[in-house]
Design a binder for this molecule. Structure first.
Ligand code: NA7
Length: 536
């Protein structure tokens, strides 16, 4: 077991994105001391790293902001329906200023290990800068999509051009003017960046493994009146958002089943939601994400809309998704994505048919053909939900490693903690709604629950809390059962860990929705933390 040493705090927090920032504020409010470690040289997390062209939130900006302080929300004015990365990062810095957060954050510092000392009841965190701090509570605010992943294509080290990952983008930007550019990957990051890269590149080649469903975001400037109006109701709206499935209130889920609607009604729902832009489309009827029959109708509608935009019939087949139900991989919201392929200098290569074999000094080889490229952009995604946690050496009781315990897939109770790891909390961990919801709503739900829990433990002189193994087993089973009532597990998505070779196939987020989940959290807390073991 580790020896306690170095500075001591009540809590150590890993990460200074939306989750870590609010956690720090909450801990201070409770009169507790905290040290936050952050790998970046500023706050922001996701919005600090993902600076690729076109990076934009797919939740509307009026809903994608903190809802815990009227003063903070009134002091900030969003300019677009969907905020772009620079604006979100400015907002986060505004909050950090307002709450004077930075004095407790150590930047450019990565936590390498967090080891629990059972005897002392303390966590000791060590960093790549040689810090060593101890704390009773250790809170992982490490993000769900923060471990960027470049596939291990042979030959990348010999590539003579420049290459980038969208999730680790150079801060001074990249000028693609006059360059032959390759983009690998057509998830949200690829779909957002491709139209803008195409504006600069002399030639763009997109390497697509899976065609994705994408709909026009319908981004636009916000009118002054709607921003003002939102300020009057934001706190109420956010309380309401917590009772919904997705943590979003800008659209309602239709409660009718597809089979109970006429074809005309179904079309009207799908059509109006598609043209509204956003995830509203997936709420066109109640069983859209539950049965193939219902989903197929929406998928057919989506393909018909997508087809309308694409001019070249030869690439229609490549760009239209046909191997997974709509919505089971994250639906993409785009601005002129499909239109980009109508440009003469933009090509698409189907790497499902002809996988990328290797990278040469000059470019990418797929299907035996070499594509010469001056730069390569990897929009290849993340080791989602568990990647950032597993990159830290986390040891609980008896020296058990979290990554060993999770070798066959993550195991948590409520997505908040894991048996054998006392006083270790995950914010939006696997087994919670997290990535299936408005992240900020889920983050606030967790931060507040964790804060209340720590307050009660401290007030009651209770030394530790950790999930009971039986409660954890039941929760894991419940999360799986719920997921299996949906179509989600049927696609090779990052929700399933399927994008990472060798990662166990487990559907990681909780599909029951933020509202139901919040009720469960409240019940557990009210029942003296039912399912948790409290140690004195
Ligand atoms: P995603 O959604 O994981 O997309 C990654 C893309 O990269 C996807 O099209 C992958 O194809 C492709 N990919 C990954 N590995 C390879 C290899 N080896 N060869 C070819 N293509 C590959 O990540 P994003 O960053 O776009 O978005 C992540 C989330 O951020 C997004 O869902 C929003 O919630 C915000 P695949 O589909 O696996 O066949």
């Amino acid at each position: 077991s580790a020896q306690a040493g170095g500075e001591e705090f009540d809590a150590v927090v890993v990460g200074a994105g939306f989750a870590g920032m609010y956690m720090l504020h909450r801990l201070r409010d409770l009169g507790l001391t905290a040290r936050v470690f952050e790998a970046g040289d500023g706050v922001g997390g996701t919005w600090y790293w993902n600076r690729y062209p076109g990076a934009r939130c797919d939740v509307e900006s009026l809903e994608y902001q903190y809802g815990f302080s009227d003063e903070i929300q009134r002091g900030w004015t969003w300019t677009e329906r969907y905020a772009a990365q620079p604006e979100i990062l400015r907002y986060q810095n505004y909050v950090a200023d307002k709450l004077d957060l930075r004095r407790d954050i150590r930047f450019e510092t990565r936590v390498t290990s967090a080891i629990y000392d059972e005897r002392a009841g303390l966590w000791t965190a060590e960093t790549d800068r040689g810090d060593r701090v101890s704390a009773r509570f250790c809170i992982m605010a490490t993000g769900c999509l923060s471990a960027a992943r470049v596939p291990d294509f042979p030959g990348l080290a010999e590539y003579e051009g420049a290459w980038y990952h969208t999730g680790d983008w150079p801060h001074d930007g990249v000028d693609f003017t006059g360059k032959r550019v390759g983009v690998v990957g057509t998830g949200s990051s690829g779909i957002q960046s491709i139209p803008l890269i195409a504006e600069q590149a002399s030639h763009l080649t997109v390497f697509q493994r899976t065609a994705n469903f994408t709909l026009p975001a319908g981004n636009r400037p916000l009118a002054k009146e709607e921003v003002e109006k939102s300020k009057e109701t934001l706190l109420q709206d956010r309380a309401h958002a917590r009772t919904t499935a997705g943590g979003i209130i800008c659209f309602e889920y239709n409660e009718a089943l597809a089979a109970d609607m006429t074809p005309e009604d179904r079309f009207r729902e799908l059509d109006s939601r598609w043209h509204k832009g956003g995830f509203a489309f997936l709420g066109a009827y109640a069983d859209l994400m539950a049965t193939h029959e219902a989903n197929d109708i929406a998928a057919d509608y989506a393909r018909a809309e997508m087809r309308k935009v694409i001019k070249d019939p030869k690439i229609v087949d490549i760009l239209l998704p046909d191997d997974h139900p709509v919505g089971v991989k994250r639906l993409c919201l785009d601005t002129h994505y499909l239109e980009t392929f109508n440009e003469p200098h933009v090509d698409i290569v189907d790497v499902r048919a002809a996988p990328i074999e290797r990278i040469t000094p000059k470019g990418i080889v797929s299907g035996g053909k070499e594509y010469e490229l001056d730069c390569i952009v990897f929009a290849t995604g993340f080791d989602a939900m568990t990647g950032a946690l597993n990159s830290i050496d986390i040891a609980g009781r008896g020296g058990i490693r979290l990554r060993d315990k999770w070798a066959a897939g993550p195991r948590t109770y409520l997505g908040l903690g894991s048996a054998g790891f006392p006083n270790l909390f995950f914010i939006t961990g696997p087994g919670s709604p997290s990535v299936l919801s408005n992240m900020i709503v889920s983050i606030e739900q967790h931060v507040e629950w964790i804060g209340d829990c720590i307050r009660k433990l401290t007030a009651g002189n209770i030394r530790s809390i950790e999930p009971r193994p039986d409660a954890e087993d039941l929760w894991v089973e419940h999360v799986n059962e719920l997921a299996n009532e949906t179509l989600y597990p049927q696609a090779n998505s990052w929700y399933m860990g399927a994008n990472i070779p060798g990662k166990p196939r487990v559907f990681m987020p909780y599909t029951g929705g933020v509202g139901v989940y919040g009720e469960k959290l409240a019940e557990v807390a009210a029942a003296d933390y039912e399912g948790f073991a409290l140690g004195s």
